[in-house]
Design a protein around this ligand. Structure first.
Ligand SMILES: [Zn+2]
Length: 235
């Protein structure tokens, strides 16, 4: 027949395991966020490239509408040329047409520069999108493993809780409730071994000889006079 201390040591081992797994589960959202944050810089790079593209597209449109305005002016000048009565006026209009055509050529040159920049920005955007997609694949693999880990921990936690329940049933109720209270209060170990220097394994204070002696009796409770944990000493 096992002693109360031995029975409780099994329960305590289960409780420690449950504690570790509960902490891991609490920590999971943070770890998931860290994995997903690996994508942030890649997402930003794509966004920046798209912003450059958007601005380039706007510039191109503006230049094109400037060209359209110039062309409309030329059409108007040509109509006016039909209506003028003398050569001087006709030539003046001809000069304006010429100047406007020159202006169009200049705008078209600027448009060419913008178009080249847009083309380059498209390339950058495609590269960055590819990099993001590649990184997303890696992150997906990691997240998959992560989901697996969560499922495993949750399953193991459930199993351990069931085992804990079973093992706790073998313990004397008085011992169990004392143990539970201490465990919840101190948060690490309710049952601690007296070490070779006769100190408490929990608070490390020196234990009086009588308590060291009592700790060997595994079916009677010997609380540490300093921290309240239950002391034991295995043969
Ligand atoms: Zn102690």
């Amino acid at each position: 027949v096992s002693s109360q201390v031995e029975l409780l040591l099994i329960v305590q081992e289960r409780d420690r395991k449950i504690q570790r797994m509960e902490r891991e589960i609490d920590d999971l959202p943070k770890r998931k966020a860290l994995i997903e944050a690996q994508l942030d810089s890649h997402k930003r790079a794509v966004q920046e490239a798209e912003e450059v593209l958007r601005k380039g597209g706007l510039q191109q449109k503006e230049l094109e509408s400037e060209i359209d305005e110039c062309k409309a002016k030329i059409t108007k000048f040509r109509q006016q040329q039909f209506e003028v009565k003398n050569n001087d006026d006709y030539r003046a209009l001809e000069n304006q047409i010429e100047a406007t055509n020159k202006a169009i050529a200049e705008i078209e040159e600027r448009e060419l520069v913008v178009m080249e920049a847009v083309e380059q920005a498209e390339q950058v955007r495609d590269e960055k999108s590819q990099e993001l997609a590649d990184e997303q694949k890696l992150v997906d693999v990691e997240l998959g493993k992560f989901q697996e880990r969560i499922a495993n921990v949750e399953r193991e936690l459930e199993e351990t809780r069931a085992l804990r329940k079973r093992d706790a049933e073998a313990v004397d109720p008085e011992w169990l409730s004392r143990y539970d209270r201490i465990f919840q209060h101190v948060g690490d170990y309710a049952l601690v071994e007296v070490d070779e220097n006769h100190t408490c394994g929990g608070c490390h204070m020196k234990i009086p000889p009588q308590a060291v002696h009592d700790a060997r009796k595994l079916d009677s409770m010997t609380p540490c006079m300093y921290c309240g944990r239950l002391l034991y000493s295995l043969p």
